[in-house]
Ligand binder design. Structure first.
Ligand code: NAP
Length: 244
């Protein structure tokens, strides 16, 4: 399926590595003017050294005011991918207030912040834009030691639906994708232990984890006009995990 984003300006958060980097590169390949936003400057510089026409911005989206100031200064976007997130694993009985706040600050509150700024400008400019939120299978199924992360992604799914409802009348579509395990740096946090990995693999009908490219392809589709009537969905990319 040939998809072109020529003439479109797209913001991707968490584009320094992993899935976000993959999304930024694929959108660039499809002709978009990509702004890659992330936390660690060195990762962004590595991306830009390979793809010099991708613009880079480093900001910790956990900082509401700084993020607001930086994203406001970036101007207008035709599309947004809310990909940056934080994950740590701990048993329910050991969950702390600090971990709760850290997850919700980055995975939920920052998405509200960045999306508000971008969507306001889309509305002002009458842009029929698209937003994709990167959620997780963990929003839908209980995974051991993932209480806070799961709750934050369930909140993100709820925010996706609310955004789809309120931004839809402006011609802005908002969708989420919900991947299974992808072996990025974040994937390694939860799934490096072979015993845990094998247990998860046994519950995925395709008997494998996902690839970055498989998430990228779904995001590209949801950002494109090929999905012009799709709004408010939470799309599993999970080899059938959630179907069982
Ligand atoms: P990753 O490899 O850890 O990359 C995350 C990216 O987000 C990094 O570039 C990181 O910056 C950036 N980031 C994190 N916190 C940030 C903050 N406060 N401000 C700005 N940037 C920040 O993770 P990933 O696996 O690609 O995950 C991408 C998305 O997929 C996340 O939403 C995640 O929840 C979701 N997901 C992942 C999996 C999986 O198994 N990997 C499964 C389901 C869903 P640095 O460059 O500083 O590290």
């Amino acid at each position: 399926m040939e998809i072109s984003f020529k003439g479109k300006r797209i913001l991707v958060t968490g584009a320094g590595q992993g899935i976000g980097r993959g999304i930024a590169v694929e959108l660039w390949r499809a002709g978009a003017d990509v702004v890659a936003l992330s936390k660690t400057r060195a990762n962004l510089e590595a991306l830009q050294s390979e793809y010099p026409s991708i613009d880079i911005v480093d900001v910790d989206i956990g900082n509401w005011e700084k993020t607001r100031q930086v994203v406001e200064s970036l101007g207008h976007f035709d599309a947004l991918v809310n990909n940056a997130a934080y994950a740590s694993c701990e048993p329910f009985l050991e969950c702390t207030t600090a971990e709760f706040d850290r997850h919700f600050n980055v995975n939920v509150k920052a998405v509200l912040n960045v999306s508000q700024i971008v969507a306001r400008k889309m509305v002002e400019n009458k842009t029929h834009g698209a937003i994709v939120n990167i959620s997780s299978q963990a929003s839908k199924a209980a995974l051991k030691d993932h209480t806070i992360y799961s709750a934050s992604k369930a909140a993100l799914d709820a925010m996706t639906r609310a955004m789809a409802l309120e931004l839809g009348p402006h011609g802005i579509r908002v969708n989420a994708v919900n991947p299974t395990v992808i072996m990025t740096e974040m994937g390694k946090v939860g799934w490096s232990d072979p015993a845990k990995a094998n247990e998860m693999l046994s519950k995925i009908p395709l008997r494998r984890f996902g690839e970055v490219k498989e998430v990228v392809d779904a995001v590209v589709f949801l950002l494109s006009e090929r999905s012009s009537m799709i709004n408010g969905v939470e799309l599993p990319i999970d080899g059938g995990f959630l179907a069982t």
